[in-house]
Design a protein around this ligand. Structure first.
Ligand code: DMJ
Length: 474
């Protein structure tokens, strides 16, 4: 009980700071006490990213006054007459807005959320107008003009971005009857399946030319630019009630290649996913890649043998390594990137030592806890709660990221990322909740931790929790 109440108090503290100083803006600057904006979510800073990203967390934690206020803002402000978006990241708008709104629709049955999700998702569709069906990364929500960022390997699309649309788009088609979203995913999946991966030993490089389907730079990673591509293959299968066999086979194929070519064991016995650059291994792992502990566990659990034992063991080992990256830092919070070499074991030095309030490590604790009930995951999660309170909490105004986790008193970066409320605090809350709060056999978390309901009843589903039944969706 103590755990649960502290987690929701943390959410209230984070939320109250945003409401007081940054309402309607993208995110909160908790030290300077005003709004923070990022070009990922529109040229203008009034699209309320934190409101949309926080909604389902507020609801799940029972913070109903806060939820109602957020819901009303969405109803009255989140439209294209009132807000000017300009250019946005297709990936970010999908995982935070479309995913967040659909999750609220699934949890509450309130059709307003479905209408808003549809309105926004339709504005993303022009990005898919390429011969391959591979979407461009940036779309102008006002006029549909789309492009890729100039820095991405000769105008390539990014694997993690193009591979992180299927959960939201397929579910949106299910609940609206509009098949266009599913069709976009089918064309895109067909293209991905046909790509030749021989040169990379079955690995998926992170950059693809959307006009020709040719690979760009030969960079492979379980972290930035790769990460949620693997996650969505597994979760597409799970969300379909384990009916989508194409997704299951693609997941096994992709993750087995990554495990056989990228998994390394350090001097002191820590297991990690290295990056690969043109065939050369780079012995580092990003905080972003730490979701893979939970992913491997979840995949192993549901795939069964011959994968179960090996994937579960690997999931546990990766989660332990990510915990070590927290344990070895002075602040007990983990760095953006940690390395393995003669001097370093799961440690990150500047300029890679920031902590941005990211969720991936507690995400893996939550999933591994649900799958194993090993109390170590709750102990490790509690250590994170204490470290957040000690170093990231800003009195009167939310939480901040840190510039260097290796300092006794780390300097704050003055940003409360919206994913802290969407993911980090939600996963901590669920880590200390009973198993029947959003059971893993009934809900699939999108990559921004927005839960979507498994679409088909399956034989071995556990008893539904009346608090989180989804209703009236058609
Ligand atoms: C979130 O937006 C999502 O988890 C995404 O998949 C990766 N990056 C951030 C959190 O670190």
């Amino acid at each position: 009980m103590l755990f649960i109440s502290l987690d929701s108090q943390m959410m209230k503290h984070a939320w109250d700071g945003y409401v007081k100083y940054a309402w309607g803006y993208h995110e909160l600057r908790p030290i300077s006490r005003h709004g923070h904006s990022s070009s990922l979510f529109g040229d203008f800073s009034n699209t309320g990213v934190t409101i949309v990203d926080s909604l389902d967390t507020l609801y799940i934690m029972g913070l109903m006054d806060e939820f109602q206020r957020a819901r009303d803002w969405i109803e009255h402000n989140l439209d294209f007459k009132k807000l000017t978006w300009g250019e946005v990241s297709v990936f970010e708008i999908n995982i935070r807005f479309v995913g967040g709104l659909l999750s609220c629709f699934a949890l509450t049955g309130d059709r307003m959320f479905r209408e808003k999700a549809l309105l926004i998702a339709e504005r993303l569709l022009p990005a898919f107008d390429t011969p391959t069906g591979i979407p461009l990364g940036i779309v102008n929500m006002e006029n549909g003009v789309s492009r890729n960022p100039s820095w991405a390997s000769e105008g390539s699309s990014i694997l993690s971005e193009l591979g992180t649309l299927s959960l939201e788009f397929n579910y949106l088609s299910d609940v609206t009857g509009k098949d266009v979203f599913r069709q976009k995913i089918q064309k895109l999946t067909g293209t991905i399946k046909r790509l030749d991966r021989h040169a990379d030993g079955g690995l998926y490089p992170n950059f693809i030319n959307p006009w020709t389907g040719d690979w760009g730079d030969r960079h492979v990673s379980m972290g930035a630019f790769g990460d949620s591509f693997y996650e969505y293959l597994l979760k597409s299968w799970l969300l379909s009630g384990r009916q989508d066999d194409e997704a299951r086979l693609m997941y096994i194929d992709a993750v087995e290649a990554a495990m056989s070519k990228l998994i390394q064991v350090s001097r002191e016995g820590f297991t990690y996913f290295a990056d690969s650059n043109s065939g050369r291994l780079e012995h580092k792992m990003q905080h972003l890649a730490c979701f893979s502990g939970g992913m491997l566990g979840l995949g192993g659990f549901y795939l069964g043998e011959p994968f179960k034992r090996r994937h579960m063991a690997m999931g546990k080992a990766i989660t332990r390594t990510c915990r070590e990256s927290y344990n070895r830092s002075t602040s007990q919070l983990g760095p953006e990137t940690f390395r393995f070499n003669e001097q370093l074991e799961a440690e990150g030095l500047e300029p890679e030592a920031a902590y941005l309030l990211r969720p991936e490590v507690v995400e893996s604790y939550f999933i591994m806890w649900r799958l194993t009930h090993d109390p170590i995951y709750r102990e490790w999660g509690w250590d994170v709660v204490l470290a957040l309170e000690r170093h990231c909490r800003v009195e009167g105004a939310g939480y901040s990221g840190l510039k260097n986790v290796n300092e006794e008193k780390p300097v704050k970066d003055d940003v409360q990322q919206s994913f802290f409320l969407a993911e980090t605090l939600k996963y901590l809350y669920l880590l200390f909740s009973d198993d029947d709060v959003l059971p893993l056999d009934q809900w699939v978390f999108n990559t921004e931790a927005h839960p979507l309901p498994v679409s088909l009843p399956i034989k071995d589903i556990s008893t539904p929790n009346p608090k989180f039944v989804f209703r009236d969706q058609k």
